[in-house]
Design a protein around this ligand. Structure first.
Ligand code: ADP
Ligand code: MG
Length: 307
């Protein structure tokens, strides 16, 4: 008789939407920059899910698309294709008015250049007050909030100082306070410690952890610093505009760090990037043999292949 026929359940299938329960969703995200003659694919189908309460480090070589990703999540840049959603806001189909509110209330952003995060003639108290004034927060509440933020982030002593009277690390911690002023759900930081020495960088990183653990923000931090990425529970590596691997660690306390496991990332079409070292070790090129074993999948060099 005929071979086995797959019995399909009747009626429509209810597959939950990709990332339906995530706070940050990037689904096949593409960003192409078009300059006169050349086209740069900064993001080439990036998939990424981040859940509420996570603190995630994004690492990757220069030019791999990290800043582009953060600009998209911040609502500053618009993707060319794919889907991006932050806290229920669709970043592709957002109206201008919605975008303004999104940037004011849903995300906070910290740049690498400390000076660009602050205003030269405003004190720390005044600069933290600014986003709340724009949002129409009452004066008393603004003052209480600014004081509490500067205190939590270890820069209460900078309250009446201007940027030039603060160290680089203090400036960045005040910048985190500014970014958190309107209680955003997501804090985005693009190499916030890039201009700092390692000791000062550690203070800034501690402030990011406070933002995450005590102030309840979901934190996405781009970093070159292996010491930083070594302290978060989840590190996502981007290569050529795609998420290529993830490292998950158990982080119980600030300094207890143990590598649990490194994962390759499979995209929604089932594609996995085999690390270059593996490909070179077994001379895996173009065609490979792939087989299903009981509890794993094998990839072997293709044999007798005619190029
Ligand atoms: P990273 O932050 O990982 O160093 P970026 O996201 O800044 O990477 O850049 C990714 C790629 O996109 C790079 O090749 C960069 O040159 C290019 N790129 C970034 N911004 C622009 C832009 N405004 N116009 C053209 N190309 C850009
Ligand atoms: Mg960058």
């Amino acid at each position: 008789m005929a071979g086995p026929v797959l019995a399909l359940p009747a009626g429509p299938r209810h597959e939950p939407e990709f990332g339906h329960d995530a706070l940050v969703v990037c689904d096949s995200l593409v960003r192409i920059y078009q300059t006169d003659s050349v086209e740069v694919q900064a993001l080439q189908g990036l998939d990424l899910l981040i859940h509420e309460g996570e603190m995630v480090a994004i690492v990757g070589a220069s030019g791999s698309g990290k800043s582009t990703l953060l600009q998209v999540l911040a609502g500053v840049d618009t993707p060319t294709a794919g889907r991006a959603r932050v806290a229920g806001h669709d970043l592709v189909d957002m109206s201008r008015a919605e975008r303004v509110l999104f940037r004011r209330h849903v995300v906070g952003f910290v740049r690498q250049q400390a000076a660009r995060n602050l205003v030269p003639y405003l004190t720390a108290s005044q600069v933290v007050d600014l986003p709340m004034t724009i949002a129409g927060t009452a004066r008393k509440e603004r003052r209480v909030r600014a004081e509490a933020l500067l205190e939590s982030l270890g820069v209460a002593h900078c309250a009446s100082r201007r940027p030039q009277q603060m160290s680089g690390g203090e400036q960045q911690r005040v910048a985190i306070a500014v970014a958190l002023a309107n209680r955003p759900q997501v804090l985005l930081a693009d190499e916030p410690t890039g201009e700092l020495d390692s000791e000062t960088a550690e203070e800034v990183f501690a402030a990011l952890r406070t933002a995450n653990q005590q102030l309840g923000a979901t934190v996405v931090v781009v970093t070159h610093d292996a010491a930083v990425s070594g302290q978060v529970a989840r590190t996502v590596a981007i290569r050529d505009g795609r998420t290529s691997s993830e490292v998950l660690r158990s982080v119980d306390t600030a300094d207890a760090v143990g590598v649990v496991e490194e994962y390759a990332v499979m995209d929604r079409a089932g594609r996995v990037q085999v690390p270059r070292e593996f490909r070179e070790a077994l001379e895996l090129t173009r065609r490979v043999r792939i087989a299903l074993a009981e509890d794993h999948v094998e990839i072997r060099p293709g044999q007798g292949e005619v190029e």
